[in-house]
Design a protein around this ligand. Sequence first.
Ligand code: GLU
Length: 491
Amino acid sequence: MTSKKVRVRFAPSPTGFLHIGSLRTALYNWLFARKHAGTFILRVEDTDRSRYVEGSIENMYEALIKLDIKPDEGVSIEGGKLVDNGSFGPYLQSERREKHLAYAYELIEKGAAYYCFCTTERLDELADLNRGLGKPTMYDGHCRDCSKAEAESRAVAGEKHVIRLKVPREGKIAMQDLIRGKVEIPWAQIDDQVIIKSDGFPTYHLAATCDDHDMEISHVIRGEEWLSSLPKHIFIYETMGWDVPEFAHLPLLLNADRSKLSKRQGDVAVEDYLKKGYVPEALVNFVALLGWNPTADREIFSKEELAGVFQIEKVNKAGAVFNTEKLDWLNGEYLQKMPAEAFKETAELFVADLPADADMKSRAVLIFQDRIKTFSELPAFVEEVTGALPEYLAVILPWKKSSVEEARERLIGARALVDSFDQEQFQSVGTLEAAVLTYIRDKGWGNGDMLWPLRVALSGKERSPSPFELLFVLQKEESLRRIDEALAKLA
Ligand code: GLU
């Protein structure tokens, strides 16, 4: 695709948790970097101090680590502290402020930016006026033509000001996007963007563009919401005589009703999904397919497999619907494939608060491995089989085609059989199942007339997991106790 060394960046603002949308951006950058043997960089865009949320950089970094999409370069955490990893730092944007200011002055020198002294009152009035006319709230260029000498002396004298880009007023800009192809935007739609605020801090547009240049970013892969700002960014590159990177703007993420996926419309923090019991690999697999799928007939891929075939040009232009059912299904698939020990380790955390015996709970989680879609469903299931035997009536013990007498006989047989089992037999559902079925066959009984009363005796319910699973969970002593209780009811 390109002979340039591939360097891509994920550049979140530290305004909260890592959201599903940002995860998709991070992941596509990671996939692209892996595909092209490039470098995946984490830069933190923290210049808007008013939106800064304490702890969010750490949280985002940890989330990337948990999902195993570790940055190769950039902001990192060592010994609980934020550090720069790489030779293009600092990677915290606020620490690059001097560079941003220097670039802003250079843009003024080149006639591509200007000082603006308009007061907030004037700008508010202008915005009201535009709104009233149904026009976009754009700056009217009032200070655009103030001479540089005059503007500089006003600025030096301490008059409050910002610095704005001086974008062309006429014609249109044609840009190339790897996903959207050629994109044209008339300059008339582009505002004279503030690049340095009155507090001396740069805005996103200046900081991100300059940092992308300084960090030798080859491809800028980010959300579609930035596409409309691209003319300003390209204007900066071209004015400065810098190489323009390639751009790819990823489609929006949508709710099922096709509204924009937002924080308000549901719980979209990656952290929350992990807490709810989604497996990191499943979440990554799911998010990777929001906007792209290498084949029409397969849904389950590791991120390494995806990286091998990733093609940014194949990402859809249309918004990608976030389908929770698909996420649940995928997660269920990943849970089923987990090695039992690994499954048990996480599952145990989810049932830790249930009052039952710990060993019994660890056996119980295993019988649900194939049935749950997320770990958070476990407590309810496990409680069903590890809770106290409920009160039940003797009438539910016989199978529908059997008599009470038959049910009693089968349970007496079951009791003797279970009593004869050694520890070995209780080690797995499979061995218990084989032993019980052999016994039934040897006796010449029907499966239903023995398995039904045994299952009801062990669960106290008409519906429950199989008797083999219940034997496995309850083990010998408790199973015998329950069978005795059933026999007493039938006496
Ligand atoms: N800081 C911006 C954000 O959080 C990054 C946009 C970009 O990647 O250029 O959305």
